[in-house]
Structure formats: structure tokens, C-alpha cells
Design a protein around this ligand. Sequence first.
Ligand code: HEM
Length: 449
Amino acid sequence: MTATEESLTMEEAIREQLKLAIDPQVFDGAEYQQDPFPIYRQLRDHHPIYQDRLHNRWVVSRYDDIVAIFQNNDDFDRASYDPKGEYEFGKDQVFGPNILEYGNSDEHRFLRNVVADQFVGNRLAGFLPFIEQIARELMGTIWEESADDIASGFSDKGEVELVSQFTNQFPIRVISNMLGLPREDEETFVRWYQHLIEGLGFGGEYFAKGMQARNEMWDYLDPLIRKAEDAPGEDLISRIVHAEFRGQRMNVDEIKGFIALLLAAGGDTTDKAIANMWYHMLYTRPDQFQEVQRAPSLWTNVFTEMMRYDPVVHGQARHTTREIKILDRVIPERALVSLFLGAGNRDERVFRDPDTYDIFRDDLHMGRELRSGRYPDGKHGHLGFGMGQHFCMGYAMARQEAIIASTRLGEAMKNPRPKFPTHEGITSPNLGSGGFRAPKELWVEFDVN
Ligand code: HEM
């Protein structure tokens, strides 16, 4: 090889390297908010442990690395505070003291154990009639509005904007009922919820509104907590107030913090999960949607594949407890590590043809998730509920809600179809405001006779 040829090859190699480099500003761009999947692939293939200097974090994108970190409590902590330093719970975030903030500590184990059984098994079964009732009520309103439009000649078919008329309303009303709040306060509760979710972002104005909503909600909860202490009922507030683990109960601030977290962790997520499932059935896989309509038990596969292919929650944070080496990178102590769940779920090292939404795929564990992420069928699970110590406490409830809601919607709407031929797709919320990925709107048409 001549000297000129050699320097050309080197130049090409450098050019190739530059092409593969990722500019961290990309994470704040509109294109990424809309479609992060090409960057996810680039991360997995070329920068599996990526140092993002702009956002001061390390990004992990491959499935196996994410699982290993979720399962490693010694080296990675959930807490965003330094346990040895000063930290005021609730000052910088809208929830107040809550189980996520307590990281991997004993306080976390206490808070989790004291309430975990409320959302699974028999306790969850006790709430299913509520869930059914609320789905039917919301469907009833949608039907009445469609029937009015048809009667007054505005339309000859039913139609609904699923996000504002159903998914935004459903899980929050379920939680409000579970908590035992008076039904006439539901609207106020929905408003607090919306402000709290927006307050999860970094925008000053959103954050201020979120804090105000939280403080109003906390004042509102005070007398209800006192009442539950003196005269407990069957509602979730009473159960949380009286729940004990090793003889200890939650204090009032922890109860309020938990309720505030419940709205975002259990409301916003399930809301958007239902919207994402319907979006993919209507636009991505109308062929498979026909099969789901014929066999509604397949909604469980629709849910599971959505949690892999286009999950609501795309990232979780951890902090290193010591300097640690992963692959060839050395991450310092107390560094922020971002686990890109949405990227891990599309890892071709684990899932065949990962960019195809397929409710019949045989390489994904379909059905109830396990905290360990290890399934007897030997298949891999999705990462959408996390794993390990902070594995989602509402995994069973979210699945039940999404399946009940979708089944009832499918029964009530005959021949559901997209109102518009194209759709802008699933996207992240506006920069600065909080919340998870979902379609902004989803118009559905259906037959009424
Ligand atoms: C489709 C709906 C849902 C999604 C996608 C979701 C997602 C998640 C994820 C990814 C985590 C892990 C956080 C981490 O590792 O740091 C988590 C934790 C949590 N989730 Fe969910 N969640 C959903 C529904 C629910 C529901 C319905 C509830 C309540 C009934 C709930 C309550 C919680 C709580 C309390 C935690 C914190 C657990 C802990 O720190 O030990 N979630 N969720």
C-alpha cells in the first residue's frame, strides 16, 4: 500500500468513526422525541456504555447490561440523594417522600413491604369490579355522545377520541375509587393528577403548577387520613394507614408521598399503555387486530408486546455506589446511569426481528411478569416494568386494567377503525413537561348498529 493509499484509508476510518459518533444534543431534539429507535440502535451497536457529557450521565442500551444493573443492588442505587449528605424529601420533586427516593435502603424495603400486597392477588381481585364499573361508565358516556350526534344528523357512525375521552380518564378514576375518595371530587383529582404529571418535567412553570397541585392534594388528604385512622373502611387509604410491616406503619408524610406517587406511577403509565396498545392495533397491525377482535383473550399479548416494542416508560435512573467497569468503560462513583429500557427491548441480540410488532412472537414471555425476570419457559421478558428491587408494584394491576379496558372498548365499538388514514405516531411529551410516551390523540370510528 502506498503512503497516499494508507492515509486515505485512515481518513476513511476517521470519517466512519465520526459518522458513528453521537452528539448528545440529539437527545433534546424533536426528531429523537418522535422516533428514538435509530439512535437506540446506534447506541447498542457502537456505544453500549455511552458517556453523555452534556447531560452528565452514562447511557446503557443493551438488554443484558440493563438486566445486570437492575439486579445489582450493591453497585447501583435507585436513590437520587447521597445518603451521607443532606437531602430534603419533596423539595425538588412533586411527590414528597416516596419509595423510589429511598433507593435500595431498609426504608425502601419497609415502604414496599407495607403496601405491596394491595395490588396483587385477592386484594387486587377485590378491586376488579370497580375497574369494570368505571370502564363501563366511560364507555356509556362515549356511546351517549355518539348516539346524540347520530340522532341530530351530525354523523351516521360512532366516533371517539380515545385519549381524552377514555385513557386519560380511566386509570385515575380507578385509583380515586380505590382510595375511597368521594365521587364528586373525581374531577378535581383528575386536574391535580394532570398537573402533577407535568410537574415531573424540568420546566419551571410546569414544576410550580405540579407543586401547587401536590400541596392542595395533601391538604385535601389530611382529614381523610385522620378519618381512616379512627374509622377504617375497605378503601385503599384505610388499608395503607393501617398496614404494618414488622409492627411499623407509614407516617403521614409517607402516606401522602405514596398517594402522590401512585397517581403518576399507576395513573399516567396505565393511561398511556392503553393508548399505545390501541394505536398499534389500529395503525401498525390492523391484520392482527382482526384476530384480537375474534379472540379478545389476545389482548394480553397486545399488552406484553406493547411493553416491549413501544413501552410507556423508556428510561430509569441508577447511581453508582463505587467506581465500576462495564465492558471497557470505567464509570466513576456517584455517577448517574440511565438505563434505556426502550433500547434494550429492541436488542437484536435477544429478540428476533425486534423492530416488528408481533403479538404472536415466540421469543418473548407473554403473560404475567416476574420481578426476577427469569421465566420457566426460558424466554426473555420485556423491560417495561423494570426488574429487581424496584420492579413495578402495580404490574398485575396495570395488566388487568389495560386488558379489561381494551376488552370492554372492543365489545362496545363494532368494527373499530382509525378515523384518519395517517397518524403522527407515538411521541414523548413536550420538552420541559413530564409524562411518558403515547399518542397525543387517537380518533376511532365505529358502527353503532
Ligand atoms: C403500564 C403501566 C406501568 C408501567 C409501564 C410501570 C413502570 C414502572 C417501572 C419501569 C418501574 C421501575 C422503577 C425503577 O426501576 O426505578 C415502576 C415502579 C413502580 N410502579 Fe409501576 N408501572 C405501571 C403501572 C403501575 C401501577 C398501576 C402502579 C400502582 C398500583 C404502579 C406502582 C409502582 C410503584 C409504587 C413503583 C415503585 C416500586 C419500588 O420502588 O419498589 N405502577 N413502574
